[in-house]
Design a protein around this ligand. Structure first.
Ligand code: MF3
Ligand code: ZN
Length: 659
């Protein structure tokens, strides 16, 4: 039996998942693996949470927790959401397990042994105030390529470029705002440059790589590949053997998690070597991920596998583009998203799976809107698919004593319908194999619409029970085929339908090759029940209201947030113009080191400012402006006439708190 492994990018255990994650990665991967299992392949779905790296340690530090506590909490939530959405994982592991540490270490040692890793002394950003190196997300600055002012030390999310922290312009420590210094440290580098030729060829010649992935990577490859630093000076992560305070970079250990999760799966089922058939035995390997993970999988991970030498290479890397919500970019901070748990508290998983797959090709951006969701649910799932199934089953239930009737001789139209059914199933399979899930989802509706059309033409309700036998026999075959097509896309409703049709076993154990094996006449069907619930206009309004409300709440400043702002009255002790346009003033406040660069030169003369009391936000994140440190902010009102400084209405003690 052909061995296939399907993976979905390991989500960071630092937040809940939302619809965007489902759409780009977890639902397509699940539909695909379910499809393969029905093809008779030995296909397993492997995932887990990605629990290392600065995404988790930064969050933990901000919340005053340990990284493990943060990861424990989100691991459970993420797993539960995905399973409730029908993701049929064979194993869902965590990268903090000892087994993963061991496998990562061995992987590294193998690369070392094969000469793909070398040690170098490099200069890295170090915060003198916090006395620590600033890996990845601990440093922010301006992207040297696109100018995004809040690029991170490892990647610029605005332009998607992979960065080396020392390239950032105006870098600052995210914990204290200090400008880091360069300090020498020893690190391991993976020799990506040696694999450049191989990777280019592999990407160009891989027949299964979707075009969006191919183009994206080839574009980056034009700039050449630099060796990749795979270690970090920090404590949270898989320890580098032989070092106290060094761990592997999260993007080094996380994809190895695909392997360690498979090994864990094999151990759990008591067949320790079973994982090797997938990774080492020429099995196929499919990685599903969001488009922001393409580079890491196509370059880093594929390079690592190649360099290691004992594992297979990805058969395909399938990347889902982004999902917008009601036409707007999703955002955690603006509260503009739908969490999975929240969705599931009011709705079923299947209509969402259908929507996310059907709405547009995976390789294109898509939008989720409640109105469109309700429309597709009502018009396509309920009115076409549900309706055909319901008509068929109710007729059989009421007029044929609940048994699939024995057909008479099939006429031309009956035969044609069965042929069309096979053709649609065939197309569905082709779509699934080429990752055209939106098209596959539409085949379902196409088949149901065909059934409705056939019933309307035959008008069995105008005929005797005897005359209608063949028609309902044919319809029962269509219903069975529909249950099969539904299985990868809407697994819960498919199973329900399978049972209703009186079929044995589970729909998920069926094979595509059985498509033409008929439902035997005489099969007893169950009492028909509607498969899909219609979603009313008022529900849509309610959901939209909830969403708006959520984003409004995200705009509020909580009392605690306000309390974090240290606003005080200060006295200006010095002010100097620093630009030719005479707009920017460098202003020193009080006897402390508080200083700001403010664009008020148009309204105030530097000299007249000295000695005045002003209102100052003292703990704003420090920045450098025109080469000067700016670590506070003077508050002013602005109207049509320009700026006016806020001042207390009597002279107050210097440093008085504003509340
Ligand atoms: N945690 C990463 C993210 O959410 C994905 C890791 S995928 C793996 O962006 F390959 F590293 F596992
Ligand atoms: Zn610092």
């Amino acid at each position: 039996m052909k061995k296939v492994i399907v993976t979905a990018a390991l989500p960071y255990a630092n937040g809940k998942l939302h619809l965007g994650h489902l759409r780009s990665t977890y639902i397509p991967a699940d539909a695909f693996v379910r499809y393969l299992r029905m093809k008779g392949y030995d296909a397993i779905y492997i995932c887990g949470t990605d629990e290392h790296g600065t995404p988790i340690s930064v969050r933990a530090e901000q919340e005053g927790k340990s990284p493990k506590e943060v990861a424990d909490y989100y691991h459970e939530l993420i797993k539960e959401d995905l399973v409730r959405m029908g993701c049929s994982f064979d194993n869902f592991s965590r990268t903090t397990k000892p087994l993963h540490y061991e496998i990562t270490r061995k992987f590294f040692e193998k690369l070392l042994e094969r000469g793909y890793v070398e040690k170098k002394e490099v200069e890295q950003l170090y915060c003198p105030k916090c006395e620590r190196f600033l890996p990845d997300r601990y440093v922010e600055g301006t992207c040297p390529y696109c100018g995004n002012p809040s690029a991170r030390g490892d990647i610029c999310e605005a332009c998607g470029r992979y960065l080396v922290a020392t390239e950032l312009k105006d870098p600052r420590c995210i914990l204290c705002g200090t400008t880091p210094i360069l300090k020498k440290s020893e690190h391991f580098f993976f020799k990506l440059s040696a694999l450049e030729g191989f990777l280019k060829k592999w990407i160009q010649e891989n027949p299964k790589l979707p075009a969006n992935v191919k183009n994206y990577v080839l574009n980056w490859l034009r700039g050449g590949l630099r060796d990749w630093c795979i270690t970090r000076d920090m404590k949270w992560g898989v320890p580098v053997p032989g070092y106290e305070n060094k761990v592997f970079y999260v993007w080094f250990d996380a994809p190895i998690g695909y392997i360690s999760s498979t090994v864990e799966w094999a151990e759990k089922k008591g067949d320790e070597k079973a994982w090797e058939d997938y990774w080492k035995g020429g099995g196929e390997i499919y990685h599903f991920l969001g488009k922001d993970n393409i580079y890491q999988h196509a370059i880093f991970w594929t390079g690592m596998l190649k360099a290691h030498g004992e594992f297979g290479l990805p058969t395909a890397i399938v990347a889902g583009e982004f999902l917008t919500l009601e036409g707007k970019k999703m955002s955690k901070s603006r509260g503009w998203l739908v969490e999975i748990g929240d969705y599931l508290s009011r709705h079923d998983p299947d209509p969402l799976r259908y929507y996310l797959l059907a709405s547009s090709p995976l390789s294109k951006d898509a939008d989720f809107s409640w109105k469109e969701y309700a429309r597709r649910n009502n018009d396509e799932l309920a009115d076409i698919l549900g309706n055909f199934v319901h008509r068929t089953l109710t007729f059989i239930y009421k007029r044929y004593g609940g048994k699939v009737p024995e057909p008479k001789e099939l006429d031309e139209r009956d035969e044609e319908i069965l042929d069309k059914m096979k053709e649609i199933v065939q197309r569905f399979c082709e779509d699934m194999e080429s990752f055209e899930f939106h098209s596959a989802a539409k085949r379902l509706i196409e088949l149901a619409a065909l059934g409705n059309k056939y019933l309307n033409e035959k008008e069995p309700w105008k005929k005797t029970v005897e005359e209608g036998r063949t028609t309902f026999y044919i319809c029962a075959q269509l219903v069975k085929a529909l249950a099969l097509l539904m299985a990868p896309i809407m697994p819960f409703s498919a199973e329900k339908l399978w049972k209703m049709l009186g079929m044995e076993g589970s729909v998920h154990d069926q094979r595509w090759s059985d498509i033409s094996r008929p439902v035997p006449p005489g099969t007893s069907i169950g009492k028909p029940e509607p498969l899909f619930r219609k979603i009313s206009e008022s529900e849509v309004e309610e959901e939209r209201r909830k969403l708006e409300e959520r984003s409004r709440r995200a705009l509020y400043v909580t009392a605690q947030e306000f309390a974090r702002m240290d606003i005080r009255v200060g006295e200006i002790v010095d002010a100097t113009r620093i630009d030719e346009r005479r707009v920017l003033l460098k202003i020193s406040i009080g006897r402390t080191v508080k200083q700001t660069v403010a664009g008020i030169g148009e309204w105030y003369d530097a000299k007249e400012l000295v000695g005045r009391q002003v209102v100052v936000l003292t703990n704003i994140e420090p920045r450098r402006i025109k080469g000067y440190e700016s670590n506070c902010m003077i508050l002013a009102a602005e109207d049509g006439e320009g700026l006016s400084l806020l001042v207390p209405d009597r002279k107050v003690e210097r440093g008085a708190k504003v509340k």
